[in-house]
Design a protein around this ligand. Structure first.
Ligand code: AMP
Length: 292
């Protein structure tokens, strides 16, 4: 394997049995399997995970599944973009071998009732703002890992807390899989790529830059020697307020593993932000490097 199939599309698989079968065959041949879980509407951020997977694995399986269980009532499950044909096209160009795109009923039968109780790092931040979000994420990721027994799974730092939650789950439940977390891919103006950016109007798109700008401000302050977290977050709040963003779910500086809020910056720290631009909820984060 390892060859790039430049023009052909990946194989589309819709059933658990079939993807299990093809992955088992590849494993039996000694091939390294990589899994890239996504909800589709693929952009450069997703594609960076596919590229990382292709570089390390013999067979790349991309899952495309809009997982209702991780959306709270009233969130954007219904209108979430679904673009499987375009996704297949771009995955073909990257040489992904398999796309697993099951229907809802293939993943959640009518009598489905078993969920993963996520680890406590799921409690703050996104967990507090989005009811049962990480329960849904942990459940679908565990299901995908069971259906597609991969050697390595690829996630993005864009969803920082999600990566921490999944790492904890993999350790706690002794799942035989290696995790790779890839850096955030941004547009030229700094906006972190997201399928939800498609919801933004032109003027909202301009406003949305304030999220990454607030993180850049935090990085700048810390690099200049600021160690008081409250001063840094106050500056971040000012940046988003000046851009006209009034609905902020949270802005916080946290420990990179425990996700507990830090008061004094004395070691590796992650700045987190979640805010609404219009009706669109966006998240972003940045690791703040201490310059000693
Ligand atoms: P999603 O389709 O939003 O569930 O995302 C699927 C995977 O792509 C997750 O591991 C995300 O963290 C990752 N991802 C989404 N956006 C980006 C980005 N801008 N840069 C890097 N990874 C990303």
């Amino acid at each position: 394997m390892g060859k790039v199939n430049i023009s052909s599309q990946p194989q589309l698989v819709k059933t658990r049995d079939r993807i299990r079968e093809v992955v088992a065959l590849a494993r039996a041949e000694g091939k390294r399997i990589g899994l890239v879980p996504t909800m589709g509407a693929l952009h450069e951020g997703h594609l960076s995970l596919v590229v990382a997977c292709k570089a390390e694995c013999d067979v790349t399986v991309v899952s495309v599944f809009v997982n209702q269980a991780q959306f709270a009532a009233g969130e954007d499950f219904e209108r979430y973009p679904r673009e499987l044909a375009a996704d297949m096209e771009v995955l073909g160009r990257l040489g992904a071998e398999w796309v697993f795109a099951p229907g809802q009923e293939e993943m959640y039968s009518d009598d489905f009732s078993t969920y993963v109780q996520p680890p406590s790092v799921a409690d703050p931040w996104e967990g507090r703002c989005r009811v049962n979000h990480f329960r849904g994420v942990a459940t679908v990721v565990l299901k995908l890992m069971n259906i597609i027994p991969a050697d390595t799974a690829y996630f993005g730092q864009k969803d920082y807390q999600q990566a921490v939650v999944i790492r904890r789950m993999v350790e706690d439940l002794n799942l035989p899989i290696r995790l790779v977390v890839c850096p955030i891919v941004r547009d030229q103006d700094g906006l972190a790529m997201s399928s939800r950016n498609a919801y933004l109007t032109d003027s909202q798109r301009v406003q949305a830059k304030a999220l990454s700008q607030s993180l850049a401000r935090a990085a700048e302050l810390v690099a200049d020697g600021e160690r008081d977290a409250a001063t840094v977050t106050a500056n971040m709040r000012r940046v988003v307020a000046v851009a006209g963003i009034t609905r902020v779910d949270y802005i916080a500086l946290v420990h990179p593993e425990t996700l507990e809020e830090v008061r004094t910056i004395g070691g590796p720290t992650v700045a987190l932000i979640a805010a609404y631009v219009g009706d669109t909820r966006l998240i972003d984060n940045r690791v703040l490097e201490l310059v000693c």
